[in-house]
Design a protein. Structure first.
Length: 438
């Protein structure tokens, strides 16, 4: 029988913290081996979670390498916190820090976007026209939100007329809460959507649905709301056993689901959304709608020749080996994070396990040995189901549940400790990852 913690004791909490601490220590120890002397030129596109964590680890692993990080963003965004901001549980600045504060000495930050990548010449051009030659390249620019794909929608609408869009950033997440909070007070139809494309943290649309539903009911307004979830997929989650659990929770809470519904456009004046379905176009009325647009690789990646030619052709994810994340046609290139063309892995938790794999691959290529680390598709989703409760869902490429605390935290139970890990512990782990220590 699976043992779970619903009301953990202080000793049990310390035990969980110790387990996390041991894992972090082992990661730090592994990356603290004798530095490898090299003159290799390494360019990393993107200073998000993956690029920053990798840069910190490479500085300790390599001696004499020329490591260049390319990213114009002044602010670093803690993306897992956006769902909390959009539910009024955290302020917008909770997810913000300075990009430069996380970078170590020994890394050159160029505050520009990559304008083009030439994998044959092994160069990256910046927006100002600077050309960067590389021996090894890591492509980690994240992804882009294609808001223009939703007819009638623009970001300046967020926070008004019942429109939310938390993915767009901290300010938009805060504006999303403005619109959502009004819905929780006044009631009506709440319509929650997700895109047809691959997306970062596929559990986020469900978390927002659960949270807003719970907040309205806690305020005594459960009788005034009609919560509906519309998605282009045929199931509520990509992992069948998790999808069934979510379906059961939706049933218990009176949440209606519209599957195979892809959002095409909104009419903000009439508060009506248009969806394409296998049976044709369908319109649904709303008082509050949460819009998540299609998500794609940045244009520089799609124009580089690095994308898959026969997979995700409308999205442009980088062609790479599922286990090593190394490009299949250009062995000096690795993909990391959201942009990687693998079946799972667009979460910060995935990045935590991808970074050591890319680090190992790079060092192995420099030293001429075979790499030993592989990525199994690990993805973690602390699935918030109500304030103070969450399911710690962890799974791999094969949709196997791979819990970090087997026998202690049951992955499909709504637990306070899983909520605590999302609301408190996750950010500390994320920060340690950025430093290359976890």
């Amino acid at each position: 029988m699976t043992k779970s913690i619903t009301n953990p004791t202080r000793r049990q909490l310390f035990g969980l913290a110790a387990s996390a601490g041991v894992a972090a220590a082992l990661g730090a120890q592994a990356s603290a081996s004798t530095p490898v002397p090299t003159k290799a030129r390494i360019v990393i596109i993107g200073a998000g979670a993956g690029g920053t964590a990798l840069a910190n680890r490479l500085v300790r692993r390599l001696e004499g390498a020329e490591i260049t990080l390319l990213d114009p963003r002044v602010a670093h965004l803690y993306q897992p916190g956006l769902t909390l901001v959009a539910a009024g549980l955290k302020p917008a600045d909770y997810v913000l820090s300075q990009t430069g504060d996380w970078l170590p000495d020994g890394v050159t930050l160029i505050p520009e976007k990559a304008a083009s990548i030439d994998p044959e010449a092994k160069t990256v051009a910046t927006e100002s026209g600077q050309s960067l030659a590389y021996d090894f390249l890591v492509v980690a620019p994240g992804l882009v939100l294609d808001h223009d794909a939703i007819e009638g929608f623009s970001l300046d609408m967020v926070g008004q007329n019942g429109i939310g869009a938390l993915y767009a950033g901290p300010d938009y997440a805060a504006r999303t809460w403005q619109a959502a909070s009004k819905f929780t007070e006044e009631g009506g139809v709440g319509l929650f959507t997700r895109p047809e494309t691959e997306m970062k943290c596929a559990g986020a649309p469900l978390k927002h649905t659960f949270l807003i539903d719970d907040i309205a009911k806690r305020a005594g307004n459960g009788g005034k709301i009609d919560v509906q979830y519309a998605a282009p997929q045929s199931s509520l989650f990509g992992v069948p056993i998790v999808a069934e659990k979510v379906r059961m929770l939706f049933g218990d809470r009176g949440i209606t689901s519209h599957m195979q519904h892809q959002l095409q456009g909104i009419d903000a004046d009439r508060r009506r959304a248009r969806f394409s379905t296998p049976d044709g176009s369908v319109e649904l009325d709303y008082d509050y709608i949460h819009v998540i647009p299609p998500q794609r690789a940045p244009e520089v990646v799609r124009q580089s020749g690095l994308s898959w030619a026969d997979k995700w052709t409308d999205q442009g994810w980088v062609e790479c080996d599922m286990a090593s994340l190394r490009h299949l046609r250009y062995p000096e290139i690795w993909a990391l994070g959201d942009v990687a063309g693998v079946p799972k892995g667009k979460t910060a938790a995935s990045v935590k396990w991808q970074v050591p794999v890319v680090e190992d691959g790079l060092v192995a290529a420099i030293t001429g040995i075979d790499p030993t680390e592989t990525y199994n598709g690990y993805t973690s989703c602390p699935m918030i189901t109500q304030i103070g409760r969450a399911m710690l869902v962890e799974f791999d490429y094969n949709d196997n549940l791979v819990p970090s605390f087997p026998g202690i935290i049951a992955p499909l139970e709504e637990l306070w400790i899983s909520w605590l890990m999302k609301e408190v512990a996750l950010k500390a782990t994320y920060n340690a990852m950025l430093r290359g220590r976890a």
